[in-house]
Design a protein around this ligand. Structure first.
Ligand code: HEM
Length: 165
């Protein structure tokens, strides 16, 4: 992996696009769950409401974006940990970044599998993984605030302006 001084414009764009799309998924998730329930009860495909179709479309988009993001990370690298970070914070941020990548694949794939198999158990797996992702994202946001207001290293700037000298 190439050593990098910051995130590329592509990485930053994908980071914030995925963040916004994850929020959209949380907002449309309830309608999707209702549509899934109806389809399972009537065991017919039917016409899913617009919000449920939006949920499926955005889920597929997140999957494509996370593949692109993984490739960009492998090719362009990521900046080293902030020098202000204590050891526990370096380890926790590494673990949470890895968990977010894994969950960004697992959540949409479980949703797609649930829809295709009409399996209630897979639908529950999708919901559990989603809750895990929300928990890790909240931890991630707490970490960003910790850096901004406690360590005062202005780490957020790395996700706002590209620096790939
Ligand atoms: C208010 C919301 C958010 C803020 C302020 C934020 C901020 C940041 C910052 C500053 C970094 C760079 C950390 C570093 O340079 O060491 C980062 C990286 C990252 N963020 Fe966020 N983020 C937010 C939301 C999200 C969401 C919703 C997700 C995923 C669903 C996410 C996933 C990631 C991942 C996976 C990385 C690691 C990138 C890498 O090193 O490859 N973030 N975020």
């Amino acid at each position: 992996m190439r050593l990098s001084t910051g995130y590329s414009t592509l990485q930053i764009l994908i980071h914030w696009t995925i963040a916004a799309l994850v929020v959209a998924q949380l907002l449309t998730g309830g309608d999707m769950a209702d549509a899934f329930e109806r389809v399972r009860e009537t065991s017919s495909e039917g016409e899913a409401p617009a919000t449920a179709r939006l949920h499926m479309g955005i889920g597929a988009t997140i999957l494509v974006l996370v593949v692109l993001r993984t490739l960009a990370r492998a090719l362009q690298g990521v900046p080293p940990a902030s020098p202000a970070s204590p050891r526990w914070d370096v380890l926790l941020s590494r673990a949470s970044h890895t968990a977010m990548y894994v969950l960004l694949y697992a959540v949409p794939l479980a949703g797609l599998s649930a829809w295709l198999s009409k399996s209630e158990a897979v639908g529950e797996l999708h919901a559990t993984l989603k809750s895990l992702l929300v928990a890790v994202v909240l931890l991630h946001i707490a970490g960003a605030l910790f850096h901004q207001f406690w360590l005062r290293d202005n780490l957020i700037a790395r996700m706002l302006r590209s620096d790939t000298r």
